[in-house]
Design a protein around this ligand. Structure first.
Ligand SMILES: [Zn+2]
Ligand SMILES: [Zn+2]
Length: 163
């Protein structure tokens, strides 16, 4: 049997450091309870709530603004259009951008690209088109993505969400 080390080592209280008390994943304050991710219930709730403001914030984080096109750097659909969102809720990036600056897209209308760059979300490169315009293959068959390798889009969107 090994000789017991001198002095009690168990339950030795260690200094409170950031190593043990991680910053709140939401607000960055040190969390009081070891092993918890959030400092308060409010912070936890806030991460669950996908607020519009946060959505807009996250949207622009993924846009590379340039002199020309503002390119979407996040996930794209099989057709090359930017998509973003969470889990089963997915939006097309250019449609989202259009609505941010112009308000809701009227039913049955499509958001087309003047620049022919499907990843572009620059509002002044976008215009509303009719079904006829769409048939010229200039725009995207709007709305939320159905069909078209949907699960693949989700997977990629998730991947980007975890970045
Ligand atoms: Zn917090
Ligand atoms: Zn453009």
């Amino acid at each position: 049997m090994a000789k017991k080390p001198k002095g009690k080592t168990t339950m030795k209280s260690e200094p409170i450091t950031a190593k043990h008390h991680d910053p709140c994943a939401m607000c960055g304050k040190l969390v009081r309870h070891i092993g918890k991710k959030y400092c308060s219930h409010d912070c936890y709730i806030n991460t669950r709530r996908f607020t519009f403001e946060r959505m807009v914030e996250r949207f622009w984080e993924r846009v590379q603004k340039d002199d020309g096109c503002w390119e979407w750097t996040g996930a794209t659909s099989a057709a090359g259009y930017g998509v973003f969102g969470k889990n089963t809720k997915l939006w097309f990036a250019h449609r989202f951008s259009y609505e941010l600056s112009n308000g809701p897209i009227p039913d049955g209308m499509f958001v087309c690209h003047q620049c022919d760059n499907p990843r572009c979300v620059r509002p002044d490169h976008l215009f509303l088109g009719s079904h006829k315009d769409n048939m010229k293959d200039m725009c995207l068959k709007g709305r939320q993505s159905k069909g078209e390798a949907h699960s693949r889009i989700i997977k990629r969107a998730r991947h980007h969400a975890e970045d």
